[in-house]
Design a protein around this ligand. Sequence first.
Ligand code: ZN
Length: 256
Amino acid sequence: MYILFLFVLAFGLLIGSFLNVVIHRVPINKSVVFPKSRCPKCQSAIKWYYNVPVLGYLFLGGKCADCKNKIPWRYPLVELLTGIFALLLFPTSLSIHDLANYAYLFSVACIFLCHFVIDIEHHLLPDKINLYFLFITLPYVMLNFQMHYWLIGGLVGIGIPYLVTYIFYKLKGQIGLGGGDIKLYGILGLLLGAEGVLHNLSVSCMLGAIGGLLLLKVRGLGKDTPFAFGPYIIITASVQIFTPNLWKIVNPMTWF
Ligand SMILES: [Zn+2]
């Protein structure tokens, strides 16, 4: 049991290390396979023994071995979070069904983590990551749900946010939701169904409005400053997908 625990943690940390590459390279349209990891500042290749997740960072004291520039703490944090997700989602029984479910849910957690960080840094939810999300979600919903559930969910998930954004644009000339947000809602609709995605839409918009106001106050941002909306969708969807029992309690759509 102890060995399995360490193995799953190590697996999660390694995947997290790969997610750092995804987060760094996908928004700037670079390959995630080649070349090997480099220091973002001085471009020197990182030696394999410093590439060990979290430990490499600690050993180097958070600095590049060559140029001594600070390595952002985001790197070990993403690794650590991925390791924790790998452990928390790990099933209690090792049946084929549970392991397949685990593979899907852990992949979703990884996608959410990448989207979350990239959106905050670049105000962007990359098509490549949404496409990958769609690619793993379609077979999952086809196997687990009836067709009308995911089909209507997907249509509602992409249709309603698109319509709202379109009307908002016609009335005010401002773009509300970005294309990446709308696509993400569409894929979530497949998984959460029509009701689930409408609840997500309502709750993430509320959270986004609160978050936007706080940013306005704290950072003194102007009204027209673009801000990342994806994190609010992702926080809401995470509660819905990973802790459905908690969602039943905290979902404000069921309070009235
Ligand atoms: Zn360097």
